[in-house]
Design a protein around this ligand. Sequence first.
Ligand code: SAM
Length: 245
Amino acid sequence: TSYGFREVREGEKQALVNDVFHKVAKRYDIMNDVMSAGLHRAWKDAMIASLNPRKDPSYRTLDVAGGTGDIAFRIIEASDRLAHSTVLDINGSMLAVGADRAAKKGLSANLDFVEANAEDLPFEAGSFDAYTIAFGIRNVPRIDVALSEAYRVLKRGGRLLVLEFSEVEMPLLDRFYDAWSFNAIPQFGKMITGDAEPYQYLVESIRKFPNQEDFAAMIRAAGFSRVAYTNYTGGIAALHSGWKL
Ligand code: SAM
């Protein structure tokens, strides 16, 4: 099916993604609430409940594509402010908003912010107890490379959690969701940022992302064990889990 978008080549993709998030950084949090009708909060809470972070200062997590900090902040809070999280993102504008928010919440001591690419992580092998990525991996041009990097930087016994939009598996919800994402989301994008095209690209990127089973197979191919997933809201989002054993 064509929705009128041009095909995006791999090399071009990262530049387009970076442009979207530079433009939207300051309004990202509000856009998230509007576009997911607040659902992203419940999905993120469920992700952190599934992670169940240790209440321990030596517990180290890496939140990739961490943007404005939503996942890392939840991990720190769930650890009674004991754990440490590194927020990594390719986009300095998103990280700047995240660092501001962290300071306002009094969480700066538990966090650091690193500008880098998920495909090439600037950490030694075996550095982290958990690797999280929420609504980030579909933006990365080479997903297999990002997953191999996740495997490398985790300790033995470490946990991978990926929250991402997925394939809607409920008959009526899928139609409503199509109408919402192809019409409402680019319109909201235009209203809030003055430009619909970046959002059309993001909606399209959700359609191109592998479904639950195919993505689970990619995670296994990167070396992870006990790979499983849970659907949220009929599959609008899914949480994939794997272990480095
Ligand atoms: N995890 C946050 C959340 O759930 O609110 C932010 C998600 S936001 C939709 C996607 C993020 O992925 C953006 O901040 C973007 O800069 C980042 N990103 C895109 N490509 C990346 C890459 N290759 N490496 C690291 N981060 C990337």
